[in-house]
Design a protein around this ligand. Structure first.
Ligand SMILES: [Zn+2]
Length: 258
């Protein structure tokens, strides 16, 4: 169980990652959509927030009101569609007062407000009751957000989602995240010397225009200097082989401590 009381426990620079959702947009393997919770001594944050994220948070004991920052890689529903549910829960059930920062690609504020209006008509005009800040991440620049340092690298995915890969430095640890993207050399820089690279592998060996397949990732494996790679966002072609892959696969609920 992760609660706000976890602040300050253990070594101050320990970073704990809990995968709340490791699935794709299509429910492959019965997994929840992308949502990765990271707990540091100073900042509790989510990396992506798919539509099922609130379910994942409650399933794995993460208090939604304790989240300080949500980082978004791109604006597909299985990566940001959980935000309207979190905001509504905050307004109606939790009566949150603590501030929340949502940072992601250009255009995130209007897209989230549009989603609020579709899911909960009329709700986008309702005051949240807590400070809510939207930050657009510039390309290739280190930006300080709360205690985090975040760099967004342009990715190759559905252009209308404004796709990016993320490099996040928290305390002395670096977490890289591919988001959804075709293989590209920005991933090498984004994950350079990272303690953990969370990389999508949507397909096993079928090359796609907007996703990474496992075979292509393995062909580029030795260009990557990260210490550990964990696969996520896998469809059935990868999931049915996951026990024989050379790389580790994330599971819903899995915990990694850095
Ligand atoms: Zn996507």
């Amino acid at each position: 169980m992760f609660t706000a009381q976890d602040h300050g426990t253990g070594p101050m620079d320990t970073v704990t990652i809990r995968f709340l959702g490791t699935g794709d947009a299509f429910g492959s393997g019965g997994r929840l959509q992308t949502c990765i919770f990271v707990n540091t001594a100073e900042t509790r944050f989510l990396i992506d927030c798919g539509t099922s994220s609130l379910i994942g948070m409650k399933r794995y004991g993460v208090d939604p009101s304790s989240i300080d920052v949500i980082l978004l890689s791109h604006l597909h529903g299985d990566h940001f569609g959980g935000i309207p549910f979190i905001i509504r829960e905050s307004q109606i059930l939790a009566q949150r007062t603590a501030p929340l920062i949502i940072a992601g690609p250009a255009g995130l504020k209007i897209r989230i407000e549009e989603a609020m209006g579709v899911y909960f008509p009329g709700s986008s005009n309702i005051a949240t009751g807590f400070p809510l800040e939207f930050i657009e991440l510039p390309d290739n620049q280190d930006l300080s957000i709360d205690s985090l340092h975040v760099t967004a690298y342009p990715a190759i995915h559905t252009p209308a989602t404004n796709p990016h890969s993320l490099r996040i430095r928290c305390n002395s640890r670096v977490i890289a995240y591919s988001g959804d993207t075709r293989w590209n050399d920005n991933l090498i820089e984004a994950s350079s010397m990272a303690d953990l690279f969370i990389c999508e592998a949507f397909e096993y060996d079928k090359a796609m225009d907007n996703h990474i397949d496992y075979r292509t990732l393995m062909q580029n494996r030795w260009n990557l200097s990260c210490k550990r790679i964990v696969l996520t966002h896998m469809n059935d072609s990868v999931l049915r082989r996951k026990d024989s892959l050379e790389l580790e696969c994330a599971e819903d609920g899995m915990i990694i401590t850095l």
